[in-house]
Design a protein around this ligand. Structure first.
Ligand code: SF4
Length: 359
């Protein structure tokens, strides 16, 4: 396993209040902080020193900081692949230390959602996931997470499209394994001075990191929570999602109930449909039993194929049957469209495909 050191902090690691505090401490005016914030978070500028509209004291401050303690995180676009239908755009972004992460922009009826990565690689090892098959490299910094949102905004702006409406933290990595950086990034992203993406339009997904769910609930984080379930028995779940051995289903469901009782909020459960393995009516009845008493919505996602997992996506009829059992038990669900199969849009697939082509 390669573990590289995260790069030095950048302007994008700071909330607007933190940025203003540092700048004022260095003798600048709050208006300078406001100007820099606008350039970073509204205009999505990558070349700060090329700006001619910044006042000389602000430019001198930026120059001094870039020569010393700060970086400005501007990932390089290693690949940009739009899907054939134009509705999914996949970006492979190269970070300052050479690590590459994926950001996907999906368009639904004129509204745009970005799927954001939180780690380079992932330690959770879900067997059907291309990122899990790569292993863990390192956590992303808050700024590297924010930078993905800005890249997605830049992409949409370049295409003359409206900005992002929703964010899902379901890209490479387990968000609750990188809790502090993800929450700092979310404070920056949802800062009323930076975006129109409110907390209710942001979903943080976990494969079942129980301490993270409990902390997320106890802190009353205003974002939506999604829990990837995928199996209804410990034996089957541990086989698909090895982290289940550490936090088995009983503990996970208890954490979900704690979340629900503390926040009153619905939980979105993700279920990857794998033909013949977890898509039968019997399994659906087990899921209904697990979710009883919770305010839940189940997102059924046909498997995205990966090289190292030999499962297949379920037939439409199996997905419909699964959904009907849930509906009969009073549990709403949606069969999600698979998006961007032609651009390897499943988490980690583009990076894995690129690595294979280089081997
Ligand atoms: S599905 Fe998510 S949590 Fe599981 S290995 Fe892939 S990135 Fe990690």
């Amino acid at each position: 396993m390669t573990v590289t050191v995260a790069p030095s902090p950048g302007f994008l690691d700071l909330t607007s209040a933190e940025l203003a505090e540092r700048m004022v401490a260095d003798g600048l005016r709050p208006a300078h902080a406001g100007a820099l914030w606008r350039v970073l978070h509204h205009q999505f500028e990558t070349h700060l020193l090329a700006r001619e509209d910044l006042e000389p004291p602000l430019k001198r401050w930026i120059t001094a900081k870039l020569a010393g303690e700060f970086t400005h995180i501007t990932p390089q676009i290693a690949s940009h692949i739009p899907s054939a239908d134009g509705l999914t755009q996949k970006l492979l972004l190269r970070l300052a230390d050479g690590q590459e992460v994926e950001t996907v922009v999906m368009s639904y009826t004129g509204r745009h959602t970005a799927c954001i990565s939180t780690q380079a690689g992932c330690a959770m090892g879900c067997v059907f996931c291309a990122t899990g098959q790569m292993g863990f490299v390192r956590h992303l910094t808050p700024g590297e997470i924010v930078a993905q949102v800005l890249e997605a905004q830049r992409l949409l702006k370049g295409l003359g499209l409206p900005g992002l409406r929703n964010l899902v933290f379901m890209g490479m990595g387990e968000p609750l394994h990188n809790y502090d950086s993800v929450m700092q990034a979310l404070r920056i992203i949802t800062d009323p001075r930076s975006s129109r993406i409110g907390p209710s339009r942001i979903t943080v997904s976990t494969v079942g990191v129980v301490p993270g769910i409990i902390r997320f609930a106890a802190e009353q984080q205003p974002y939506n929570l999604a829990v990837s379930l995928h199996a209804a028995t410990d034996a089957e779940r541990t086989a698909l999602v090895p982290v289940n051995a550490r936090w088995p289903l009983a503990e996970l469901m208890e954490a979900c109930r704690f979340y629900h009782s503390h926040t009153g909020k619905k939980i979105f459960f993700g279920w990857t449909l794998i033909a013949g393995r977890n898509d039968t009516p019997d399994v659906a009845r087990q899921v209904a039993g697990l979710l009883r008493g919770l305010s839940a919505h189940v997102n059924l996602i046909p498997l995205n194929p990966t090289e190292k997992f030999d499962g297949c996506e379920s037939a439409d009829s199996a997905a419909d049957g699964f959904q009907k059992v849930l509906a009969d038990a009073g549990i709403p669900s949606t069969v999600r469209q698979r998006r961007g199969i032609d651009v390897a849009a499943g988490c980690g697939q583009l990076k894995a495909a690129k690595k294979r082509s280089q081997d």
